[in-house]
Design a protein. Structure first.
Length: 218
């Protein structure tokens, strides 16, 4: 979308973009519109799966959206207290993942929740097949795929206000003749970056948060 907007700008059309994607991978805005709503959907699913998993020795692989960006999966795992997370940016071996879940049970955890990004090298279904082919993992496996439920949820207060403020910022910029920029949220305020600097670029994964998720899962 940003590349298309940049092309229109180069062709002479007055274009101002607004940072809106649940993937939160756009350079120029943190967060983007839709992220908070999608994360709350994922967290509700994690809470429900925990309640179900606590009564059975069962692991749940929860697949969330995000394409090739693991932000949604990482933040949902971190905020939801998942036992593990599988991301496109980090290669995860099924054997190591199974060991992490077994260790969680051994430490007295009543559930085994793994959040899987849809763009990971092995999605939730592929991981489940690996586990089922090796019965020594010692637990039953269930897969839940949220899919487009994350896109169609009722917007949270934060997303409603973010959309309002970024939309107003875009109109203000067009009104004063500014063009060829992406309007986003940066350091607590509306900001803009040239489309030429945002198109085709994605934000890297926060490795510090990945390390924190690993620490909290223990």
């Amino acid at each position: 979308t940003q590349q298309g907007a940049a092309a229109l700008d180069r062709a002479g059309f007055p274009v101002v973009g607004v940072a809106s994607t649940i993937d939160n991978d756009l350079v120029g805005s943190d967060p983007t519109i839709g992220v908070d709503t999608a994360l709350n959907v994922a967290l509700e699913a994690i809470d429900r799966l925990k309640a179900t998993g606590s009564s059975l020795r069962r692991a749940f692989l929860l697949e969330v959206m995000g394409r090739q960006c693991g932000y949604l999966a990482l933040m949902a795992a971190l905020a939801g207290g998942a036992e593990a997370v599988v991301l496109p940016e980090v290669e995860t071996e099924p054997a190591r993942l199974a060991a992490e879940i077994r260790d969680a049970y051994a430490r007295g955890k009543p559930h085994g929740i793994v959040v899987v990004a849809e763009g990971a090298s092995r999605n939730a279904e592929a991981l489940a097949r690996c586990f089922r082919e090796h019965q020594e993992v010692g637990f039953d496996v269930r897969v839940t795929i949220l899919g487009h439920v994350q896109r169609g949820a009722r917007p949270t207060y934060f997303d409603r206000m973010l959309g309002t403020r970024l939309g107003a910022g875009a109109v203000e910029r067009l009104a004063r003749g500014e063009r060829g920029v992406l309007v986003g949220w940066s350091r607590g305020e509306v900001a803009s970056m040239p489309l030429s600097e945002t198109a085709g670029r994605t934000k890297p994964l926060d490795t510090g948060l990945l390390q924190l998720a690993g620490v909290l899962a223990r």
